[in-house]
Design a binder for this molecule. Structure first.
Ligand code: FES
Length: 265
């Protein structure tokens, strides 16, 4: 989630200057986390943002977790909430709203939003693809995966498809190296990809039916279970004994679906 974002190839150009995109694609003009805000039609000082009634309650719940004098601790979860409400990105007005909620200067929120690459400050597609290009994924074929995405969608890395469905970004290690090559698409991990299974996934998304996730929010696309290799499970083959109950009463077997529901994902 907090994976490092690759520096854009066009870093040398002046900050805020849009890259030229091919016909029919929308380039991300400003996706380097250190770049400055640039007014666009849907993101100016006049743009407004407010939490929906449901998200207002969630925001209050989030803030309730922190002491009154540490409300700024809620900046990241509130930005995440605002980004989800906005369709995967953070307009200036959303960051300003979060600053009001926690009672700090907007600049403190901008600092967070520009530091953590999980926050997008420009619109992204319905399916936001973060392709891992770090060494383990690279030696296992991430370049071929990238090419299959680019060729199939007619976009380049850093661009959004004309239909607004897909944005492709190359990032650093996402922590699923055992099942390289892989992508993160929105909240979910698709692993053990081949160019063919990648294209199949894109086509499924176009129909609004991306492959259902496995139990742990990841899906090896070669049919294997979790991180088991071709020989199947070779260690920890017997069921573990009872889990020790933690002091706070947490038994240790949390269904990720319940966590997502709790977070409003
Ligand atoms: S190198 Fe790709 S997930 Fe770690």
């Amino acid at each position: 989630m907090f994976g490092l974002r690759r520096l854009p190839r066009a870093l040398a150009r002046p900050s805020g200057v849009a890259r030229a995109g091919g016909p029919g694609v929308r380039p991300l003009s400003n996706f380097h986390p250190l770049a400055q805000h640039v007014n666009t039609g849907d993101n100016t000082k006049e743009t407004t943002f407010d939490f929906s009634p449901d998200n207002h309650l969630r925001a209050e719940h989030i803030l309730g977790k922190y002491p009154a004098n540490y409300k700024m601790s809620g900046i990241i979860p509130l930005l995440d909430l605002a980004q989800r409400q906005s369709g995967g990105w953070l307009p200036l007005a959303a960051m300003d709203k979060v600053a009001k909620y926690v009672g700090c200067a907007p600049m403190r929120v901008y600092e967070v939003a520009t530091f953590y690459t999980m926050f997008n400050r420009e619109q992204v597609g319905t399916y936001f693809i973060q392709l891992c290009g770090t060494t383990p994924c690279m030696v296992c074929g991430s370049e071929a995966i990238k090419k299959s995405i680019e060729d199939h969608l007619g976009i380049k890395e850093g661009e959004t498809s004309k239909d607004g469905l897909f944005t492709l970004r190359e990032v650093e290690c996402l922590g699923a190296c055992a099942n390289a090559p892989m992508i993160q698409m929105n909240d979910d991990y698709y692993e053990c990809l081949t160019p063919d299974s990648m294209v199949a996934l894109l086509e499924a998304c176009k129909k609004g039916e991306p492959h259902a996730m496995g139990r742990w929010g990841s899906l090896p696309m070669n049919g294997q279970v979790s991180c088991e290799g071709p020989a199947g499970k070779t260690s920890l083959a017997s069921a573990p004994g009872p889990q020790p109950v933690r002091a706070e009463g947490f038994a240790g077997d949390v269904d990720p679906a319940s966590v997502k529901a709790h977070m409003g994902y």
